[in-house]
Design a protein around this ligand. Structure first.
Ligand SMILES: C[S@@+](CC[C@H](N)C(=O)[O-])C[C@H]1O[C@@H](n2cnc3c(N)ncnc32)[C@H](O)[C@@H]1O
Length: 159
């Protein structure tokens, strides 16, 4: 089959379908970006407000999240190709190995971003700092402790 997503010098693997683990989507992400081309390459915390919309059953798992200024968000880049070995990023003249890049095209297309928490309203977590298409499946939310400490020290935030 002819593909139009392969640039000169890029190499894809001959991978067979295989399932090692089951990933559970916990909701979806709403952003003002509707195509890959509209997304920033990496989100920034002064970017537009986006919403992590959790499926109803996961709302109790938000307890304590409001204590954090920043969160780590994991999402499933569902429009990515999963067989690239070598990729030539736009503007770079030569191919790099997939694991040397943060390209969405990777064997397990998991995106991560450190976002700024704006507010939580029911099952909607409002954040800034995302770079994905509207409707991208949400995988997980973790407190980001790199630069901020919880404001509620009596809670047990063990890892
Ligand atoms: C370079 S990746 C970085 C993702 C994440 N910040 C990371 O570093 O793991 C972001 C790019 O992925 C692409 N993208 C966004 N949403 C996507 C989706 N749902 N499926 C495939 N590609 C997507 C867009 O081109 C966007 O600019």
């Amino acid at each position: 089959m002819t593909r139009d997503d392969i640039r000169p010098g890029e190499v894809v693997a001959d991978v067979q379908p295989k399932q090692d683990a089951h990933v559970r989507f916990i909701g979806k992400i709403h952003t003002p970006f509707f195509t890959r081309g509209e997304c920033p390459r990496q989100g920034t915390q002064d970017g537009p407000e986006c919403i992590l919309e959790l499926d109803e059953e996961w709302v109790p798992a938000l307890k304590g999240v409001e204590a954090y200024d920043q969160l780590e968000v994991l999402y499933w880049l569902d429009q990515a190709a999963r067989d690239f070995l070598l990729q030539t990023p736009k503007g770079k003249g030569k191919p790099y190995g997939t694991f040397a890049l943060r390209s969405p095209n990777r064997p397990n297309p998991i995106g991560t971003s450190i976002v700024r928490l704006e507010r939580i309203s029911g099952r909607k977590v409002h954040v800034r700092g995302l770079d994905c298409i509207d409707g991208t499946p949400l995988l997980d939310i973790k407190p980001y402790r790199g630069e901020s400490l919880p404001k509620i020290p009596h809670l047990d935030f063990g890892t």
